[in-house]
Design a protein around this ligand. Structure first.
Ligand SMILES: Nc1ncnc2c1ncn2[C@@H]1O[C@H](COP(=O)(O)OP(=O)(O)OP(=O)(O)O)[C@@H](O)[C@H]1O
Ligand SMILES: [Mg+2]
Length: 263
């Protein structure tokens, strides 16, 4: 198993996803208050934070699934701030939603083909073999109904459905939800492997230790804001996470507190 470059000191220079001063509200209640974050080319970025911090909301705003009150999202230099979810997928951002959502009454293979529709309305079977090589557990069950898969297999299917669309950025919202530790490890290792093959990853995860083991860089959200941004090894070594997750008092802040860009 390959570990990430745990002593990384510099992020890749090439920006891929650039979120700036994002505000999102549900009705009148603003829950994301000016989030700025990046994913650079080739990076595995994790977003951490307690329940209700606004992590999923940020992901949904990136994917165009909720409206942005203010702020911008650029991808490969293109302004996607007002793009439709479909246009965002076509630009190369694919999100795997929370809760391993697959179509239970469809076969594994038909679920995978759905992941190709945004680029090819008739479905693109040519990508299936690549996915089956990546996920042999799906190859063995290609004609089974998704309802007959275990929770872990359904999550792998959901990831496969995202990967088959050949995204440039794969966004994963708590893929560990309700799964056994061994399945979680497998999913995170697959994500890391995809990253090594050139796909950028943005992961939201409650399993902080596991996530930081694979990620290069991390953002910590607290009540709708970015509280800290740092390399994974810095987040692991500092006591900030302890403070946020366990409510203890931090005497020092060993990580870089992100400054909003001026102007
Ligand atoms: N559809 C919605 N309508 C109204 N409020 C919502 C909606 N979705 C989320 N919220 C609220 O927005 C805030 C942020 O929620 P969000 O789901 O983004 O948090 P999260 O960090 O993903 O949490 P979790 O770790 O539990 O998944 C919470 O206060 C939540 O109650
Ligand atoms: Mg969430």
């Amino acid at each position: 198993m390959t570990m990430p470059s745990t002593l990384q000191r510099e992020r890749p220079a090439k920006p891929l996803l650039e979120v700036r001063d994002l505000h999102v509200a549900y009705g009148k209640a603003e829950v994301v208050h000016g989030v700025s974050m990046d994913v650079r080319a080739g990076e595995f970025v994790v977003m951490l934070g307690r329940n209700g911090a606004g992590k999923s909301t940020v992901l949904h705003a990136i994917s165009g699934l909720v409206a942005k009150r203010a702020g911008s999202v650029h991808f490969e230099g293109r302004d996607l701030s007002h793009a439709s979810p479909r246009a965002i997928v076509q630009a190369g951002i694919v999100q795997v939603l929370e809760g391993h959502r697959v179509f239970h009454t469809l076969s594994v293979e038909d679920n995978l083909l759905i992941g190709t529709y945004a680029r090819n309305p008739r479905g693109d079977r040519s990508q299936l073999d690549r996915i089956y090589r990546l996920f042999p557990e799906l190859a063995d069950r290609r004609l089974q109904m998704a309802s007959r898969l275990s929770g872990g297999q359904q999550q792998i299917l959901a990831v496969g459905q995202g990967v088959i669309g050949a995204p440039k950025l794969l966004v994963l919202d708590e893929p560990s939800g309700g799964l056994a530790p061994i399945v979680i490890d497998r999913i995170l290792e697959v994500a890391a492997e995809l990253c090594r093959s050139g796909l950028a990853i943005l992961l939201v995860e409650q399993l902080v230790e596991k996530a930081l083991r694979h990620a290069h860089y991390g953002y910590l959200m607290e009540t709708g804001r970015i509280a800290a941004a740092a390399f994974s090894h810095e987040l692991r070594e500092g006591d900030l996470l302890h403070r946020v997750y366990l409510g203890g008092a931090a005497t020092t802040l060993p990580v870089t507190i992100e400054k909003e860009p001026a102007g």
